[in-house]
Design a protein around this ligand. Structure first.
Ligand SMILES: Nc1ncnc2c1ncn2[C@@H]1O[C@H](COP(=O)(O)OP(=O)(O)O)[C@@H](O)[C@H]1O
Ligand SMILES: [Mg+2]
Length: 372
């Protein structure tokens, strides 16, 4: 291990357990749920895909978040790419070797490639296209396809979300011999809404699983690397555990923090976190994030950060102190919806809460005297 950035934890056992679950219930996807930035995509890429390949499946990945307006098209695109990868060898030479040359120019200067054997065109409608692509891909691969749909709650937010989900569900069921699917979601509410829109309760469609956070193994590796950099110092595991939990078990954030501690030769994780939160760099990021919403939304965030009831009379009264604001219950509601869509809020055990616990702390520190 050379740097803190190389500190990685692999979870092949978890991946195998998920694959076994999929095999045991054909046609039923798994939906892995966890907040943002705890390692879902990393897991799909580094653990699930290789284990799937080892088990003879063909993993195909699509990030639906990146294609919010046309999520099913994104799935189809990923399948088409996978089909291309199977059909066309990587190098041009390979292509030449496979395709009969139809015409060679007089001086041998122009070479026309023969056309690749044509199959019937794919259907235009994206649901039919999905159906056809899955069939072709599984036939080509001579094995099942593992469809990995990242941030699948996005489907529910698409304009024609209801019919999209119904199509996806129908194809996954009909083609269950050819395809299995793992979804991830970072909004529990979004996931619930999505699964319910298809007309049947979500537990009948996908099995929702709480995706486990990284644990001591990750923290231990950070501490070990710290000791190779500072042979005379050690990071106590307990301190790291407390801080990791406080920042919402986000590995990249934890790594950045330990890196900063290492640069200063600091060993107290709590102090490290304080310092990290107060750094100009971090404060600038939070300010920019907050400035992307208006003063009223920021005030609603503050209320939620403090754990106050957002729709209570006391809250409405406090919000009235914002210049120009005429707070009403419906205004607060629509602000909360907007903040959810923006990724600021998520639903936790205690109701709606800030997605980033550190942002909540930052807001409380910054605005300690306001809205009381
Ligand atoms: N198993 C892991 N070991 C080390 N770092 C990880 C691991 N999983 C995630 N990370 C780090 O956390 C970052 C965020 O993870 P990501 O998978 O993108 O989260 P999510 O998809 O849940 O939002 C990654 O870019 C990576 O740096
Ligand atoms: Mg992700």
């Amino acid at each position: 291990m050379k740097t803190f950035d190389d500190v990685e934890v692999r979870r092949p056992g978890l991946a195998q357990a998920y694959l076994a679950l999929l095999a045991a219930q054909p046609g039923r996807p798994l939906a892995l749920f966890a907040p943002r930035r705890v390692g879902k995509t990393f897991f799909l890429d580094h653990d699930l895909a290789p284990e799937a390949r080892a088990a003879g499946l063909l993993p195909v990945y699509a990030d639906l978040w990146l294609h919010k307006s046309a999520p099913l098209a994104a799935v189809n695109h990923a399948l088409e790419e996978a089909l291309d990868d199977l059909a066309v060898p990587d190098s041009r030479l390979g292509k030449l070797a496979k395709t009969p040359v139809r015409r060679v120019g007089l001086l041998g200067a122009s070479i026309d490639l023969g056309e690749a054997p044509q199959r019937r065109a794919l259907p235009e409608a994206s649901a039919l296209r999905l159906d056809t692509l899955v069939t072709r891909l599984a036939a080509r691969h001579k094995g099942r396809v593992l469809l990995m749909l990242d941030e699948v709650q996005t489907l529910g937010e698409a304009p024609d979300g209801v019919s999209l989900v119904a199509s996806l569900r129908a194809v996954l069921h009909k083609q269950r011999g050819q395809v299995c699917a793992v979804f991830t979601g970072s909004s529990q509410e979004g996931l619930a809404r999505l699964m319910n829109t298809a007309g049947a309760p979500m537990y009948q469609f996908a099995q929702v699983i709480d995706f486990p956070f990284l644990g001591d193994e990750f923290l231990q590796r950070l501490a070990t690397h710290f000791s190779t950099v500072h042979p005379e110092k050690t990071l106590a595991l307990e301190g790291l555990q407390a801080v990791f939990e406080r920042i919402g078990c986000k590995p990249a954030l934890m790594r950045d923090m330990v890196k900063a501690m290492s640069a200063e030769g600091m060993t107290d994780a709590r102090q490290g976190l304080q310092k990290y939160m107060a750094s100009d760099h971090q404060v600038a990021i939070w300010q920019a994030l907050l400035n992307s919403v208006d003063a009223f939304d920021q005030a609603v965030l503050l209320v939620l950060a403090r754990g106050q009831a957002p729709l209570s009379q006391a809250t409405l009264k406090a919000l009235a102190s914002i210049p120009g604001a005429k707070p009403t219950v419906s205004k607060v509601r629509s602000s909360i919806e907007k903040l959810k869509r923006g990724g600021f809020l998520s639903r936790g055990s205690a109701g709606v809460q800030l997605d980033d616990p550190l942002l909540a702390e930052f807001l409380m520190q910054r605005d300690s005297g306001r809205l009381t």
